[in-house]
Ligand binder design. Structure first.
Ligand code: ATP
Length: 400
């Protein structure tokens, strides 16, 4: 096992495309790090540089205490798992798993013993004598993992290994891969464009945009305190509602004007986030997660100055909660990074619950199942104001 680190790494292709720009990132020993971002953000290129399949044009890549920029792939002691898992059709599961060891001159009995151990970790011992065509997609994926594990490499590199699987199996394999990685404890760099996959699998998640690392932290910190508008818009499903709001500070009290409504955030908010005071009179991006909104008709204890008036368009009953899609009487934030996220998401998750929330002008609220909000009505939603996020509209930087 080993630490994998990027130190001011840059990759500029011959045509001038800067795929990775000054990347500093350390994947600590045994960590499961997920690299996530929209198509073309540079995640695959980053992983391929660790693999030695692409040469950096600047900076250093280290595996353990060794700089590997000039080390060829086969001497880097890494194992890769890709979406196309090429298993040998004529070999049994066990022989497929053990194959790499044969190439490294490990003796037959040792190979069998280690392959059995790995099959046990993968919980596929009963499939040991089958051939690939007698396996399901998920089982084949597990065998492919087995081939990586058996070599006991310093690091695993995985590039969208689940993208060939159907949605249900993908969800199942997410936890399966995370379980196996924790069991063997091998440092892992995992690339995906799917933020849900990233949040559910990673010890930490690194979010990239246009070759630049935006934020790296635990899934919880990324979700609760996104560093900028890009991360705020990218992490979370349905996405965070991002609305233009005008700041007004009277004495030590902070209010936000959102269309015809005023949200009173009180003095406590300003005390916790003092930089907001510099924005008196300015328009900011106000971020509200769908679960921080509630139907005012059932949230009767909430003060009146914490409500937004919306025109309800669509109500999705999910059993556990009610997903309310509504039009807000205020402007949605439409900066370049958010348009980019929307363009990337279109077609990818069009059938996911709450996916309609990516449409501009639409607000999504995850209300209690007890709510009786009806389609084509005007409704009031209460806002959990201490949980509001504020961002500078020009720079996109979080102020909270
Ligand atoms: P995806 O999820 O679509 O695979 P990604 O985040 O993995 O995207 P990369 O494949 O790393 O992105 O590509 C980053 C950028 O580098 C993109 O703009 C891509 O078009 C460009 N790129 C990748 N390979 C080359 C190449 N060989 N020559 C020129 N540009 C390239």
């Amino acid at each position: 096992m080993a630490t994998v680190s990027f130190d001011a790494v840059e990759k500029q292709f011959e045509d001038g495309t800067v795929a990775v720009d000054n990347l500093d990132l350390e994947i600590v020993d045994g960590e499961f790090m997920v690299l996530v971002g929209p198509s073309g953000c540079g995640k695959t290129t980053s992983l391929r540089m660790v693999a030695g399949l692409e040469d950096p044009t600047g900076g250093r890549i280290s595996i353990g205490d060794r700089v590997v920029n000039d080390v060829v792939t086969r001497n880097r002691d890494i194992a890769m798992v890709f979406q196309s898992y090429a298993l040998y059709p004529h070999m049994t599961v066990l022989d497929n798993i053990a194959f790499g060891l044969r190439m490294h001159g490990v003796g037959k009995s040792e190979r069998r013993r280690r392959a059995h151990d790995v099959a046990e970790i993968l919980e596929i011992t009963e499939l040991a004598d089958r051939r690939p065509k007698q396996l399901s997609g998920g089982q084949r994926q597990r065998v492919a993992m087995g081939r990586a594990i058996i070599r006991q490499p310093k690091a695993f590199l995985m590039d969208e290994p689940l993208s060939n699987l159907d949605a249900k199996l993908r969800v199942q394999m997410r936890s399966e891969i995370a379980r196996i990685q924790r069991r063997v404890g091998t440092t892992t760099l995992y690339v995906t464009h799917d933020q849900t996959e990233a949040l559910t699998m990673g010890d930490r998640v690194a979010v990239m945009r246009r070759g630049v690392l935006q934020q790296v932290d635990t899934p919880k910190v990324l979700y609760d305190t996104p560093a900028n508008l890009f991360v705020a818009g990218f992490i979370g499903s349905p996405a965070m509602n991002l609305i233009e709001a005008e700041v007004a500070i009277v004495g030590d009290n902070l209010t936000l004007r959102v269309g015809p409504d005023t949200l009173d955030l009180g003095p406590e908010y300003l005390r916790l986030h003092p930089t907001v005071a510099e924005y008196d009179g300015a328009t900011l991006a106000c971020g509200i997660r769908p679960e921080d909104l509630e139907d005012a008709a059932i949230d009767t204890g909430a003060p009146p100055d914490r409500r937004l008036t919306v025109d309800v368009e669509l109500v999705e009953e999910l059993g556990s909660d009610l997903m309310v899609h509504a039009t807000l009487r205020a402007n949605r934030v439409a900066t370049e990074e958010l348009r980019e996220i929307e363009a990337d998401a279109t077609g990818r998750a069009a059938d996911a619950p709450g996916a309609a929330g990516s449409r501009s002008g639409v607000l999504v609220a995850r209300c209690s199942a007890r709510s009786v909000i009806a389609e084509n009505s005007v409704a009031q939603l209460t806002v959990d104001t201490p949980r509001i996020h504020l961002f500078d509209l020009g720079t996109g930087v979080a102020l909270t």
